[in-house]
Design a protein around this ligand. Structure first.
Ligand code: NDP
Length: 246
């Protein structure tokens, strides 16, 4: 994975699950990682773990639904490391519910974090990447970015949006600014994601799928693969799901 070495990589949602696994793998391969999430204690201990193994990591407490905090995160990365090679828009929540439950606050939160968070991430890094004439924006969608299931209308809507936005970046910025884009579509992965489901019956149904969930390391390896490809090669979309997932 020699092309990962020394790359400056911002990872949102780095305090658990896929973001944490990706941070650890990239740092092990020589990336300088900039960790972002709201739970600062978790970020601190992950950064310390990386530093103790000889890697390079810093962290910034960040809420992705704030454009200002995302700008601050990107500025910190530049201040610490001088450049931004990769942004991984990974932070997300999945409070599934039936539409008729009218959980409008949860809809708003999903739109704010899963869609606006991705847009604010792009806004925060695009000027620097355009100036560099290089960069890579990776966004974590979901298999729900391809198909809709009952209880997942809003979540799926946000993940379809991630796909559209990332494809838009590819079309506008690939040819002109040499910016690569990757969308990762994970299937069922063993993380804390279902904790945001407030309807216990739905949470029970979803947790039943845990027996075939893959490790977040599987998604981290896919992300690392895309970053490690030579810069003339943009791995635009990857679906990574458990072999036995229906
Ligand atoms: P986790 O719940 O383990 O991780 C979610 C991460 O997002 C946490 O680090 C959390 O940190 C962060 N986060 C949530 N809200 C915010 C916010 N407002 N600002 C900053 N960070 C935030 O779940 P996963 O690792 O599974 O989720 C990562 C991504 O993968 C999500 O986008 C999810 O939709 C996607 N995905 C996951 C699948 C799965 O089966 N697990 C399947 C398909 C897609 P904190 O709370 O500290 O802010």
């Amino acid at each position: 994975m020699e092309n990962i070495q020394s790359k400056v990589v911002i990872i949102t949602g780095a305090s658990s699950g896929i973001g944490q696994a990706t941070a650890l793998l990239l740092a092990k391969n020589g990336a300088k990682v900039v960790l972002a999430a709201r739970r600062e204690d978790r970020l601190k201990s992950i950064a310390e773990q990386i530093q103790q193994s000889g890697g390079s990591a810093v962290y910034v407490k960040t809420d992705v639904s704030s454009a200002g905090e995302m700008r601050n995160l990107a500025n910190y990365a530049v201040q610490e490391y001088g450049q931004i090679d990769v942004l991984i828009n990974n932070a997300g929540i999945m409070p599934l519910s039936f539409l008729h439950e009218l959980k409008i606050e949860e809809w708003d939160m999903m739109v704010d974090i899963n869609i606006k968070g991705v847009l604010y991430g792009i806004a925060a890094v695009l000027p620097k990447m355009r100036e560099q004439k290089s960069g890579h924006i990776i966004s974590v969608s979901s298999v729900s970015g391809y198909r809709v299931d009952p209880t997942a209308a809003v979540y799926s809507g946000t993940k379809f949006a991630v796909r559209a936005i990332s494809e838009g970046v590819r079309q506008e910025e690939g040819p002109t600014s040499n910016i690569r884009t990757t969308i990762v579509f994970p299937g069922v992965t063993a993380t804390e994601l279902t904790e945001s489901i407030s309807n216990n019956e739905i949470k029970g149904w979803v947790d039943q799928m845990n027996h075939f969930a893959i490790s977040p390391d599987s998604i981290a390896r896919a992300i690392a693969f895309a970053i490690n490809e030579p810069t003339d090669t943009s791995v635009n979309e990857m679906i990574v799901r458990p072999t036995v997932q229906p």
